[in-house]
Structures are given as structure tokens and as C-alpha cells.
Ligand binder design. Structure first.
Ligand SMILES: Nc1nc2c(ncn2[C@@H]2O[C@H](COP(=O)(O)OP(=O)(O)OP(=O)(O)O)[C@@H](O)[C@H]2O)c(=O)[nH]1
Ligand SMILES: [Mg+2]
Length: 325
């Protein structure tokens, strides 16, 4: 069957050919994969692209392990997922991390307070989400290691100060910067997409101040489809909604394991990306499980509790799974 690839695919292929670093190559290959129509005729090509992506990722990991150069912008992942906050100076990034976690971050009236990324852990139900506070993003002057840190995160949030006169500019310049670095692709505002996420979340801070509602009206006229959470670190407005929003944006599911004849282990959920199957879960537990896996029983998303399901059954958030081999 012919592949019938659209012209955008060849554009992405051209970018791939010109790519210099493994990161750039991975972004281009991912783009090729997402543009490619998914049918029988492209199955082989899809598999080939996926293989090339995972090989590049392995190379990248090996390289970063062997390299003794330490990147202080890169924070090891912890918890259910890593979310990075990006935005102009003084917009309230550190305040958000301080409001939601125990992290000891510095908040101050003057800009350029934060000089290196710092992580805070945000509790949500039975998981912790890693939220990264970053130094202010000045589009013309972002250090390379910071860009690696953005690529490395699982989700990006843009923080804007809704009370500032340049509020719209803060947003559009940050979006433009992310587009230029190919961290976000496709046209904005029609459909904002990042290479590794479905959408971008905007946190608008300082809604307790007077200019805020006017500015936010202007922003929603320019960007009618953007997902904006309006908060105040001062009054606390909408802060309580954030942990759940962060969790949902990570696009993950929690799965609890259960041994036959025993209670499920609710203490330690396993984290999988949405759409993962019983087999993916088995892979996470132990490689021997994958080899010998025959079936599984599920409590939660199955039609009835303890239902026997096949290896390719897709898991839902908070499923309890018992593997049989
Ligand atoms: N009124 C009000 N002030 C806020 C709010 N959020 C943050 N601030 C204030 O804004 C100033 C800057 O806050 P930070 O959290 O340090 O901002 P930042 O984005 O981390 O700044 P840099 O580290 O310089 O990039 C501080 O004086 C905060 O108290 C808010 O929601 N309302
Ligand atoms: Mg700061």
C-alpha cells in the first residue's frame, strides 16, 4: 500500500536532515511521526521512526551519563511527573511554587530573583508532582542548558502577570520563543501544541490587582482557545484547583498492583502514561512478567470487579491489577 505522505512530512524530514543534535533529531522525528497518516501503508515507516527515536534517546542518555559536564539547569525527575514553569521576570513563578509546595524558593519584589531552577513537590491525592521554578525567561537570552531542561520536562506551563501592562507581550513573546525552538509546534492561536504535549497551560497570577481583568480580557480576545488558570498568590484564589489541574495535564494513570489472594498495595501507585496496557504495566514491574504474562484481573475500569482481561487491555486511572503468569 502506498504511504501517501503529506507535504508537511517532507518539510519535517528536511528539518531532520539538517538537525545537528540528538535533541533536534528527536523533535523532527516526532514531528514526522505525528504528521504521518496512520494506516496499513505507513505501519512499517511508523515502526521505523519509533525505533530511530528510541535509539537516539538511548544515545542521548548514554552521552549525558558519560559526560562529566554537569548541567545545573537540569533537575532529576521525581514523583509522578515533572512540570516546568516558564515566564518573564517577576511574574510570580517562584510564588506559585512556594504556594503549592514546601520548597524553599526565594520570592522578592525585584525581577531576576531566581537564578537557577529549583524543584518543589506538589501533593495531589496519593502522588507528588514535581514543579520546577526557573530563572526568568528573556527570549533573546536563554542559555542552552535551560533549553535542555525545558525539553527534558514532561509538561510546560507559561506564567504571566495579569496585572502588568505588558501582559499580552509576556505571553506572545514566550509562545514565539517556544515556537522558534520547536518546543511548541503548529500555528498559534488556532491550536496550541507542544511536541510532547497536547496543549499549553497558562497560569495568570496577581488577579487580586486592579488591571488584571482588563488585561485578561484582551488576552482571551487574542488567544480565545488558550487554557488559562487565573490565580492569586496573595489571596489564594484558585490555588486549591491547581494540583488536580497539574495532575490531569500530565496525562498519566495510577495503577495499584495486587498479588493473588492479597490486598492491593495502595501505598505506592505505579505511574504510566495514559493509554498504557496491562503489558506496559507488567513491563514496569519486572521484565520476567512480560515474558510469562498470560492474563490479568482488573478492579476499577473493567465491567465487573476482578474481570479477566487480555494483555492489550487499556488501563484507567486508579485501576487495581493482578498479573497472572
Ligand atoms: N499581588 C500579588 N503579588 C504577587 C502575586 N504573585 C507574586 N506576587 C509578587 O510578585 C513579586 C515577584 O514574585 P516572584 O514569585 O519572585 O516572581 P518570579 O516570577 O519568580 O520572579 P523572577 O525570579 O525574578 O523571575 C513578589 O513581590 C511577589 O510577592 C499575586 O498573585 N498577587
Ligand atoms: Mg523567581
Amino acid at each position: 500500500m502506498p504511504a501517501n505522505l503529506p507535504p508537511q512530512y517532507y518539510d519535517a524530514e528536511e528539518i531532520f536532515r539538517k538537525a545537528q543534535t540528538p535533541e533536534e533529531k528527536i523533535v523532527a522525528l516526532r514531528e514526522m511521526l505525528s504528521i504521518m497518516p496512520k494506516h496499513k501503508g505507513t505501519e512499517k515507516l511508523q515502526a521505523d521512526l519509533k525505533k530511530r527515536i528510541s535509539k537516539l534517546k538511548e544515545e542521548k542518555e548514554k552521552k549525558s551519563k558519560s559526560q562529566s559536564t554537569y548541567n545545573p539547569y537540569l533537575i532529576d525527575k521525581e514523583g509522578a511527573g515533572q512540570i516546568i514553569l516558564l515566564g518573564y521576570p517577576n511574574v510570580g513563578k517562584s510564588s506559585v511554587v512556594k504556594s503549592l509546595s514546601n520548597a524553599n524558593v526565594k520570592v522578592a519584589k525585584y525581577p531576576f530573583t531566581t537564578s537557577l531552577p529549583t524543584a518543589g513537590m506538589v501533593p495531589y491525592e496519593d502522588v507528588q508532582i514535581q514543579l520546577i521554578d526557573t530563572p526568568p525567561l528573556v527570549p533573546e537570552d536563554v542559555p542552552g542548558p535551560m533549553i535542555s531542561a525545558i525539553f527534558n520536562s514532561d509538561y510546560i506551563i507559561i506564567v504571566i502577570d495579569s496585572s502588568a501592562n505588558n501582559c499580552l507581550e509576556q505571553l506572545s513573546n514566550t509562545i514565539d520563543f517556544l515556537k522558534e525552538k520547536r518546543i511548541i509546534r503548529e500555528e498559534i492561536p488556532e491550536n496550541v501544541r507542544a511536541y510532547h504535549q497536547e496543549d499549553i497551560l497558562i497560569i495568570a497570577t496577581k488577579v487580586d490587582l486592579s488591571n488584571s481583568s482588563n488585561n485578561l480580557e484582551i488576552i482571551s480576545e487574542f488567544y480565545p482557545k488558550l487554557d488559562i488558570v487565573k490565580i492569586s498568590n496573595k489571596s489564594g484564589k484558585n490555588l486549591n484547583k491547581l494540583p488536580e489541574i497539574l495532575y490531569k495535564k500530565l496525562n498519566i494513570v495510577r495503577v495499584y498492583s495486587k498479588e493473588p489472594g492479597e490486598e492491593a498495595d495502595y501505598e505506592r501507585p505505579f505511574i504510566l502514561s495514559k493509554g498504557s496496557t496491562v503489558l506496559d504495566f507488567a513491563r514496569l514491574i519486572h521484565k520476567d512478567f512480560v515474558k510469562n504474562l498470560k492474563s490479568a484481573r482488573i478492579w476499577g475500569s473493567a465491567r465487573f470487579d476482578g474481570q479477566k482481561v487480555a494483555k492489550d487491555h487499556i488501563l484507567e486511572d486508579q485501576d487495581v491489577v493482578e498479573l497472572h503468569n
